[in-house]
Design a protein around this ligand. Structure first.
Ligand code: PXP
Length: 245
């Protein structure tokens, strides 16, 4: 089976919020997350990932409903385990939910959800989401005990945190951890996904990790879209200015 791409469009909203945080519904508010999702679909994305954070720094609640309604691709909602976000998930009913740390205390050394320390909380959240028909993933570091505990929560999937791999000058040690984690997760019957910091340069190395089903990628693709789209965007504005008498 080929590897699936979950396109994370959070940073499209980051760009909009930089100018329109106080006017999110203005007709001028751009870029549009709905258009971005549709373009991602046209480019071959298999699902759309969005994360509404407690501080609403990028995606707003209305965004995720609009994208789900307009796009037609499966939605992966990333959420911290708070009642507010659980309620959002129950209302949105995404196909997938990925539980991520919301506060410092929930974060492991490298940034995944500390499923060992939070086992009871995570298991309850998993079962409530599954009860609403949502498949659940846990964003965790490639640590053996965390994979075992993730499997015990009943979650269907794990998303291996690739941030340490992406930031390493020499990624070989991180690759070993990711490979061992993917094998362990697969052995425990979990779907294994990966995400964070994946870009056009480190992708080929990451593809050596076995048993991956889906990669969740955001920042690098949004960044590349800005670069490859700049020429056309400038040309259109220059064209528009030509009618000046
Ligand atoms: N996976 C998870 C759980 C995330 O929270 C994020 C965004 O931080 C990503 C994947 C995508 O990371 P990036 O934007 O670095 O590609």
């Amino acid at each position: 089976m080929s590897l699936l791409l979950g396109m994370n469009i959070d940073h499209v909203a980051t760009l909009r919020q930089a100018r329109y945080a106080l006017l999110p519904d203005s007709p001028n508010a751009e870029p549009s997350v709905v258009e971005a999702a549709l373009e991602a679909k046209a480019g071959g994305a298999d699902s759309i990932t969005m994360h509404v954070r407690g501080d609403r720094r990028h995606m707003q609640d209305a965004d995720v409903f609009r994208v789900k309604e307009a796009c037609g691709l499966p939605i992966n909602l990333e959420l911290g385990i708070t009642e507010e976000m659980m309620d959002l998930a129950f209302r949105l009913k995404p196909e997938f939910a990925c539980l991520v740390p919301e506060t410092r205390e929930e974060v492991t050394t490298e940034g995944g959800l500390d499923v060992v320390a939070l086992f009871g909380t995570v298991r309850e959240a998993v079962s409530r989401l599954q009860g609403a028909g949502i498949r659940v993933s846990l964003f965790i570091d490639p640590i053996p005990e965390h994979i075992d505990e993730a499997a015990r929560t009943g979650a269907e999937m794990i998303e291996l945190h690739t941030g340490a791999f992406a930031n390493a000058e020499d990624p070989s040690a991180e690759m070993e951890r990711l490979i061992a984690a993917a094998e362990r997760g697969h052995g425990r019957g979990l779907q294994v996904n990966a995400g964070h910091g994946i870009n056009y340069r480190n992708l080929s190395e990451l593809l050596k990790v076995p048993y991956l089903t889906e990669l969740n990628i955001g920042h690098s693709i949004v960044s590349r879209a800005v670069t490859v789209g700049m020429r056309q965007a400038v040309a259109e504005m220059v064209e528009g200015m030509k009618s000046y008498a």
